[in-house]
Write a protein that binds this ligand. Structure first.
Ligand SMILES: *[C@@H]1O[C@H](CO)[C@@H](O)[C@H](O)[C@H]1NC(C)=O
Ligand SMILES: *[C@@H]1O[C@H](CO)[C@@H](O)[C@H](O)[C@H]1NC(C)=O
Ligand SMILES: *[C@@H]1O[C@H](CO)[C@@H](O)[C@H](O)[C@H]1NC(C)=O
Ligand SMILES: *[C@@H]1O[C@H](CO)[C@@H](O)[C@H](O)[C@H]1NC(C)=O
Length: 476
C-alpha cells in the first residue's frame, strides 16, 4: 500500500470559504440509523441463471468474497426474479435447471428445476433468500420445493411466494378468473403463508410482499391484513428500480437530493414492517428496469449504489439485493463472463463504509448534491463518508471541500472512489478505482497498489477535497 502525504488534493484550497463544514457528533445523533446488519449489501441472482452464475462464472464467488473480506460476513444472496414465477419444481430431474431459449440473450418463458438446484443454493456460505412460484397457482408443487429448501438449506434466510405480484394479471392462474387486485393479492399471500408454513411446520420463514414499488400494492396494505400469519413472516420485501426505459437520466440517478426524493415512499413500507416486528429488505433492486439502460454500466451508477445504500440503511432497511440478470444481456450487472461492471466499485465502497459499523447518521440535510455521513462503532464515530454527487463528464472538474471538526486523532487516513467521468465504463477502458485499485476482468481479483491518503488534523479539524462525481471515506 502506498501512503500519500498530505497534499493539495486533500487540503482545502482557497475555495474552502465556500466549502462545507460539519461537526462530527461524538455519539450517534437522533437521526442516525438503527443497528446496521452485518452485510447490508447483497446480490439477487435471476432464478433461471443462478446455477450458471455460481458454476460457470469465476467472478461470482470472488466478487462476493471481496465483500466478505471487508465485513467478515458473506453478502446475502437472493435467488429469484421474473423466472421464479415461470419455474416448476421437478423432483425427478437430475438437472439444476431445464429450459430452452431462442437466443442466449433471452430469459426462458417456462422452465423446470430439480433437487440439485436447491443443493447448489445450499452450498453458498452466506444467507440465502429463495424465490418460489405463486403465479402458476400450483401450491402443492411450491410446497414440495419449499420442503426440500427447508430440509437442505442450512443457509436459508427466507422463502418468497411469488415475485412482484403487482404485475400478475387477471389471466394468470393465481387470479382464478377474477380481477387481480391488491385485496386479492393480500388474501392470496396470507393463504399461501398459512398453507406452506402449515405443511412445513415452520414460522419466521417467509419473505412477504415482494412488491415492485409501493402502489397499488404495498407493505402498508399487506401488513394491515397479516394478523396471526405475521408469525410466518421473516422479513417484508420491496423491489425498487429508480429508472426505466424512456426515462434514463444519470445526473438524476446519482444526485444525492434526488435519491432522497426517490426513496421517500419506502419510509412508510419500512415502518410498516417494523411495526410488525420484522426487518425490511430491498430483495431486488438496481438502477433501471429490464436489465438496465445505457446509464446502468457507468461509474455514476456506482455512485448511485453508494449513496442509495447509505440513505436506505439510514431509513431502516436491513439489506439490499442488487439484481444480476441474464448473463451477456445485463447492463447493470456487477460482473459478466468477460468484463467487470463499474457499479461493482460502488458496492465495494459502500460495503467498506458500513463494514463492522453499528450506526450511520446523515450530517447534511439531504437537500443538496453534497453528502456527508458519520459512521459509528460502539457509540463512537469511526468513519466519515463524503460524496460529491455533481455530475461530471467534460470540461473543468469542480470540487467540494469539506471541513470536518470534532476529530480527536492527530492525523487521519482516507480512501477514494473515483473514475475519469460519471459516464466511465470498464468495457470502454475507463476503469474506476477504489483506493487506487481495480478489479480484474473475468476473475474479480483486486489488483494494483492500494493508495491511502493522509490528512493532518489541526485543532480537531481537517479539510478534504472531493471532486465532482467522487467519494471519499475518511477513517477517523
Ligand atoms: C421431470 O424430469 C424427468 C427426468 O428428467 C423427466 O422425465 C420428466 O419429463 C420431467 N417432468 C416434467 C413435468 O418436466
Ligand atoms: C398443506 O397445504 C395444502 C395445500 O396444498 C392445504 O390445503 C393444507 O391445509 C396444508 N396443511 C396444513 C397443515 O397447513
Ligand atoms: C441529521 O441531524 C443533523 C444534526 O445532528 C442535521 O444537521 C442534519 O441536517 C440531519 N439530517 C437529516 C437528513 O435528517
Ligand atoms: C477490462 O476490459 C476492458 C476491455 O473490454 C478494458 O478496456 C479494461 O481496461 C479492462 N479492465 C481492467 C481493470 O483490466
Amino acid at each position: 500500500m502506498a501512503i500519500l502525504p498530505i497534499s493539495a488534493s486533500l487540503l482545502g484550497l482557497a475555495a474552502s470559504a465556500s466549502g462545507l463544514s460539519f461537526s462530527i457528533p461524538q455519539s450517534p445523533p437522533s437521526n442516525s440509523s438503527g443497528q446496521i446488519s452485518a452485510a447490508p449489501v447483497g446480490v439477487s441472482l435471476e432464478f433461471f441463471t443462478f446455477p450458471e452464475y455460481l458454476q460457470d462464472l469465476p467472478s461470482t464467488t470472488k466478487c462476493l468474497e471481496n465483500l466478505k473480506d471487508l465485513t467478515g460476513t458473506w453478502p446475502p444472496v437472493r435467488i429469484g426474479g421474473t423466472t421464479q414465477d415461470r419455474a416448476t419444481y421437478n423432483a425427478s430431474s437430475s438437472n439444476a435447471v431445464t429450459y430452452t431459449v431462442a437466443s442466449t440473450k433471452d430469459a426462458p418463458e417456462t422452465l423446470t428445476y430439480g433437487p440439485s438446484f436447491v443443493s447448489l443454493a445450499a452450498t453458498y456460505a452466506g444467507k440465502v433468500i429463495i424465490g418460489l412460484n405463486r403465479r402458476l397457482d400450483d401450491i402443492s408443487n411450491t410446497i414440495a420445493a419449499a420442503r426440500l429448501v427447508k430440509a437442505t438449506m442450512q443457509n436459508l434466510y427466507s422463502i418468497e411466494l411469488g415475485n412482484e405480484p403487482n404485475f400478475f394479471v387477471d389471466s394468470d392462474p393465481i387470479a382464478s378468473g377474477a380481477s387481480w387486485t391488491a385485496a386479492a393479492d393480500e388474501a392470496s399471500q396470507i393463504e399461501w403463508q398459512d398453507a406452506v408454513c402449515g405443511n412445513l411446520s415452520a414460522s419466521d420463514i417467509i419473505s412477504a410482499g415482494v412488491y415492485f414499488g409501493t402502489s397499488p400494492m404495498s407493505l402498508v396494505g399487506l401488513t394491515a391484513k397479516e394478523g396471526d400469519a405475521n408469525e410466518y413472516v421473516k422479513d417484508y420485501c420491496s423491489h425498487n428500480y429508480p429508472q426505466s426505459s424512456g426515462n434514463y437520466n444519470l445526473t438524476a440517478l446519482m444526485n444525492h437530493k434526488d435519491i432522497a426524493t426517490q426513496i421517500k415512499p419506502y419510509a412508510a413500507e419500512i415502518s410498516a414492517a417494523s411495526a410488525k416486528g420484522k426487518p425490511h429488505v430491498f430483495g431486488e433492486t438496481n438502477s433501471a428496469t429490464q436489465g438496465g439502460g445505457g446509464i446502468s454500466p457507468t461509474f455514476g451508477a456506482a455512485l448511485w449504489i453508494l449513496d442509495y445504500v447509505m440513505q436506505t440503511v439510514v431509513m431502516g432497511t436491513d439489506a439490499l439485493y442488487f439484481h444480476q440478470g441474464t448473463i451477456g444481456n445485463c447492463q447493470y450487472c456487477w460482473w459478466g463472463r468477460y468484463d467487470m461492471g463499474s457499479p461493482y466499485y460502488g458496492a465495494y465502497f459502500a460495503t467498506m463504509a458500513l463494514a463492522n459499523a453499528d450506526k450511520i447518521a446523515p450530517l447534511d440535510s439531504q437537500d443538496s448534491a453534497y453528502a456527508a455521513y458519520a459512521i459509528y462503532k460502539s457509540g463512537a464515530p469511526v468513519k466519515v463518508l463524503l460524496y460529491n454527487s455533481d455530475y461530471y463528464t467534460t470540461g473543468t472538474r469542480s470540487s467540494q471541500t469539506y471541513t470536518l471538526s470534532g476529530i480527536s486523532s492527530s492525523s487521519v487516513t482516507a480512501k477514494r472512489l473515483t473514475a475519469q467521468y460519471a459516464t466511465s465504463r470498464v468495457d470502454q477502458g475507463q476503469n474506476p478505482t477504489v483506493a487506487g485499485q481495480t478489479f480484474a476482468n473475468g476473475t474479480c481479483a483486486i489488483q494494483g497498489t492500494e493508495v491511502v491518503e493522509t490528512a493532518t488534523v489541526s485543532a480537531g479539524k481537517a479539510t478534504f477535497t472531493v471532486k465532482a462525481s467522487e467519494a471519499l471515506l475518511v477513517f477517523l
